[in-house]
Design a protein around this ligand. Sequence first.
Ligand code: 5GP
Length: 121
Amino acid sequence: MNYNDNNIFAKILRNEIPCQKIYEDDYILSFYDINPQKKIHALVIPRGKYVNLDDFSSNASAEEIIGLIKGINIVAKKLGISIHNGKGYRALANVGEDGGQEVPHLHFHLFGGEKIGKMVE
Ligand code: 5GP
């Protein structure tokens, strides 16, 4: 899978364009979506160059996979929307054209802060 270094999230990772940062560590960066669809709408992206979830699942190291999954939990807790906070949220990854993915760097959307409603509209 060809990764495009000029995608917007690659630029955010390189600090070439700003983001409203929530959390970062060796494996992930999390920031608020520029066009929030729910009260809380965060994005969680791996630092590695992966186009989508299939690319990541096939090619990422075990450490990167663990880092991303644990990172989602860290971010949810930090935002106060996790099960540990007595709340809940939706984690969603659009994959490829049929999945509606627009930015070709793997990202999970975290929606929370209110009832999220129907899974697919
Ligand atoms: P996708 O449709 O690829 O799953 O979602 C891409 C998301 O990235 C959209 O929700 C869109 O609002 C968000 N997005 C696009 N450009 C930027 C940007 O420059 N900064 C931030 N924070 N979010 C962006």
